[in-house]
Ligand binder design. Sequence first.
Ligand SMILES: NC(=O)C1=CN([C@@H]2O[C@H](COP(=O)(O)OP(=O)(O)OC[C@H]3O[C@@H](n4cnc5c(N)ncnc54)[C@H](OP(=O)(O)O)[C@@H]3O)[C@@H](O)[C@H]2O)C=CC1
Ligand SMILES: O=C(O)C(=O)Cc1ccc(O)cc1
Length: 465
Amino acid sequence: MISESQGSGSRANGAVKPVIGIIGMGDMGRMYARRLHAGGAGMIYVCDLPEKYSALQEEFADTGIIALPDGHAVSRLSDFIVYSVEAAHIGACVKEYGPSTKVGATVAGQTSVKAPEKQAFETYLPQDCAVVSLHSLHGPGVTTEGQPLIIIHHRGPKDRVTMVEDIFRCFKSRYVYLSYEEHDMVTANTQAVTHAAFLSMGTAWHKSSAYPWETTRYVSGVEVVKVNITLRIYSAKWHVYAGLAILNPAAQAQIQQYARSASELFKLMVQNKGDELGERVWGAREKVFGWTRDQEGGGEGEGRRGPILLSEDVLDQFSLGKAGGAEKERERSSNSHLSLLAMVDCWAKLGIRPYEHLDVAGTPVFMLWIGVAEYLFRSPALLTSSIQAALSDRIHRPDDIEFVVAARGWSECVTFGNFDLYRTRFEETAAFFAPRFEEATKLGSKMIKVIQDAQRAKTETSEAQ
Ligand SMILES: NC(=O)C1=CN([C@@H]2O[C@H](COP(=O)(O)OP(=O)(O)OC[C@H]3O[C@@H](n4cnc5c(N)ncnc54)[C@H](OP(=O)(O)O)[C@@H]3O)[C@@H](O)[C@H]2O)C=CC1
Ligand SMILES: O=C(O)C(=O)Cc1ccc(O)cc1
């Protein structure tokens, strides 16, 4: 049905380049349009909902990016079309514009969850269109360089994959080739369950009416990651997180296990069952990280790039609060870190090897989350003091109760597939944290850059050896 590279393309610098169309000019669509244009792509047509046409025309006037009234116009003209809309809207959107797709074009989606996208493309796109889909595994404010860009060759000739690779070469991303199904399995393990952890921390702080950076007990070292990433997630759009959790068929089980791990560990804490708690935590450590009891962690063997090895000194630069020395030490040793104990327990129960996922398709948020889990678990002394605090500390226990309730609440919300409830839960907590979003997102971006640069340098050094 589909012939090798049909599509007329546009001529730029002497070479014929495919005409690119982007449907959905939100954060990701805009980022794509601007970066592709800056990278020397050919003609780029974009649209959002028809009522935003004139605003888009104004925004993109004289940029070389052409705004069109709707997805029909974009689809009719473009050789390569990216749907960059909400996951919950992809079905309706492709139903409407899919039939206008240019004969022989290649179609992609940017959605964070692929099951609904695949169904929409299979149902509504003409048979002559190829499907080579995408997913940039990072938010719009992070550099594309070195980040994973998933490419899914679903149908059509292989040269369409080459075309997509050529289009995105200017991003300098790392191409990762997966099927639609592999994509949803990997991102359930990496993104969905990680977001559940951060969302639960945020809800717990909100319900405790406590800004962590105003209570010295929270903001130093690994707590800096917890706070900055939680705020970063709550400052973003709720539908991104709701879509990838609720619409991913593989995500529910992971999120449910995370809530189960949190509540089971918490029950052992309040029953003062130290032996059982210890066995469970040390057992999970060995299963996930491969370190036997009392063995210092952090050696080679955790993955292609080795351990992450976050350092307190680096993290403390990104602190939102002003934690003092002695106070910091006291508080650091008395925290149960239930959110992290539950994460490693959850990975162990599900047989997830986080470093392997990180090597394939880790997001910056996932990398940091493994980094803080590794930080707590690699030191037997630190882990022992965390288990001790879990059993005897009374200062953090109210926060731990809120955390368990929050994790269960998010899990039920996702299991029931309730977008409205998800939105309400998300926006209420987002409003609580809103005054600090600007500072936290700036700090969070810097923190991600510093840590990713260090990771990249480490990988390059070990590859050169
Ligand atoms: N933000 C992120 O960090 C990442 C997001 N993604 C994925 O990318 C996709 C886009 O996300 P993002 O840009 O953040 O979200 P946005 O909400 O910023 O953008 C989506 C845009 O699509 C518009 N839209 C909805 N329906 C139509 C339609 N029928 N025709 C034209 N435009 C339409 C929306 O309009 P309106 O708002 O009026 O509905 C909105 O402007 C999502 O599927 C998301 O999961 C992937 C990687 C990272
Ligand atoms: O890194 C994360 O997990 C983020 O929160 C940013 C993000 C959100 C949605 C995506 O589809 C990809 C990246």
